[in-house]
Design a binder for this molecule. Structure first.
Ligand code: ITT
Length: 199
């Protein structure tokens, strides 16, 4: 049987990151009835996998089992070429327990400086997973390439947005209109694949 997501389906969005939740709601454009993981009091599972895909599946499956609803999860992060792909799946963890992304962005800058890196290329990845309670799951990945800039610029978006300039543009994700980011982001690219697979 082909997996399908019917319009209007109740979908739990398995994220505790408000910036991500907002973008996912914008990208899904009212196609589904979204229920936030926080609203259901769902626990945040430990992200024990070693890939974006693995952690997205883990989060979607945990939310589907705990809620009995179809669940959508995103695992994402910033990868820096000169840092061998770091922080990658550890992007949230570089911000520490206080989720301090000014600190995390400074850490990226300091590591680049310590490495004497001239290559400032980087990319964002988003793995989006959909899991059915007690059933199958689907996962896809989207990516956008760009260049890092220091100091950070702009206060829109979230996380590492103020240091990331997407390829071909000169504004950071932190400076761009949210809808412009949504039209090109790693998350939007992953969703386009999900749409092709499930809608
Ligand atoms: P959930 O697991 O509850 O969804 P989280 O913030 O822990 O929330 P991740 O483990 O996927 O999510 O961590 C991804 C981190 O990567 C996130 O905290 C951001 O700092 C960063 N990140 C991902 N997408 C981003 C984007 O579009 N812009 C800026 N930073 C982003």
């Amino acid at each position: 049987m082909a997996l399908k997501l019917e319009p209007g389906t109740r979908l739990v969005v398995a994220t505790h990151n408000p910036g991500k939740a907002r973008e996912l709601a914008e990208i899904l454009e009212g196609r589904f009835t979204l229920v936030a993981a926080g609203e259901l009091g769902l626990p945040e599972p430990d992200e024990t996998e070693t890939t974006f895909v693995g952690n997205a599946l883990l989060k979607a499956r945990a939310a589907a089992e705990a809620s009995g609803l179809i669940a959508l999860a995103d695992d994402s992060g910033l990868s820096v070429t000169a840092l061998d792909g770091a922080p990658g799946i550890y992007s949230a963890r570089w911000a520490g327990p206080d989720k301090d992304f000014a600190l995390a962005m400074r850490k990226v800058g300091e590591r680049l400086e310590a490495a004497g890196a001239e290559d400032l290329s980087a990319w964002f990845t988003s793995a989006l997973a959909v899991a059915w309670p007690g059933g199958p799951a689907v996962v896809v990945e989207g990516r956008i390439d760009g260049t890092l800039t220091f100091p950070p610029r702009g206060d829109r978006g979230f996380g590492y947005d103020p240091i990331f300039i997407p390829e071909g543009l000169d504004q950071t994700f932190g400076e761009m209109e949210p809808l412009a980011k949504d039209a090109m982001s790693h998350r939007a690219r992953a969703f386009a694949k999900l749409k092709a697979a499930l809608l």
